[in-house]
Design a protein around this ligand. Structure first.
Ligand code: SAM
Length: 260
């Protein structure tokens, strides 16, 4: 079960637009304004972090040397795997070519099946596969913390594939104030995305990263879309998921193909 109703909005949007579907393509996901964790749960599932336990145990057993070993320096031929198998002293390496029957790297708890970073002002109960930062996203020091995690996965110039933002400041009851704070969040998330989202150029795959963010419907946010989002992404659409209450003014911008 999911921790929030919001989880169903993300599921619905992804079912329609499939921006989390391709695990090969989506390896680094940021979830901004993540508590209590519904969206993070959905992403963790999509990236396979809830792999059946027997499979994880099998991968774990295969990490322990058991009698037959490849030659020293052998690298796994499985997709994505790069580390050499440890060779205990005195054991004779086997001559036959070694193939990696499981993609162990994809199940490794360290590198995982992708990196998910969740940020929120509030605490969040841990979710397997999700690295949580309790901080104010708008505080300048938070960016460096997120950056550190992206770089651990992808190296110094590494980028995120998908940035999700369901952040909303507490409602003040004053519609104009609420729109202003929503715009401040959207602007800050967009500027952040320009620095940390993969662009078609950075990945050389012709596919720019995806930004999904919540906003409040208002003529000012419409201007924001036209002036800032449309210029930075190949495809921008606004979505009102069925799972979102009709009386609520919230909606989402789905921005695909970051130009960079
Ligand atoms: N997507 C979440 C889920 O599925 O569980 C629900 C997110 S909830 C609608 C919005 C969250 O944004 C709140 O938990 C709030 O604490 C967080 N938030 C608001 N402003 C924030 C900020 N400046 N920095 C970090 N988190 C913030």
């Amino acid at each position: 079960s999911y921790r929030s109703r919001s989880a169903f909005k993300l599921i619905e949007m992804d079912e329609k637009y499939k921006f989390l579907r391709n695990q090969r393509d989506v390896q680094v996901v940021l979830d901004l304004g993540a508590a209590p964790g519904g969206w993070s749960q959905v992403v963790a599932q999509k990236l396979g972090w809830d792999a059946p336990l027997p499979l994880l145990r099998k991968a774990e057993r295969m990490r322990e040397p058991r009698g037959v070993y490849p030659k020293p320096g052998h690298s796994w031929s499985g997709a994505g795997a790069s580390s050499s198998w440890p060779l205990p002293d005195g054991d004779e390496p086997a001559d036959e070519p070694f193939t990696n029957p499981l993609d162990i790297s994809a199940l490794d708890a360290g590198t995982g099946r992708g990196t998910i970073v969740a940020v929120d002002l509030l605490r969040m109960v841990p979710i397997p596969g999700v690295q949580f930062i309790q901080a104010d996203f708008l505080a300048p020091e938070t960016e460096a913390l997120i950056r550190g995690i992206i770089e651990r996965k992808r190296g110094p110039h590494g980028k995120a594939d998908v940035i999700l933002c369901d952040m909303a400041a507490n409602s003040t009851g004053n519609a104009f104030h609420d729109i202003e704070s929503s715009l401040a969040i959207c602007t800050s998330v967009l500027e952040f995305s320009k620095r940390h989202l993969r662009s078609a150029e950075s990945m050389q795959r012709g596919l720019g990263g995806v930004l999904l963010m919540k906003y409040f419907v208002h003529p000012l946010t419409h201007m924001f879309r036209m002036e800032h989002l449309v210029t930075n992404f190949n495809d921008v659409r606004f979505i009102k998921p069925d799972a979102s209450r009709t009386e609520s003014k919230e909606a989402y911008y789905l921005c695909r193909g970051f130009k960079g």
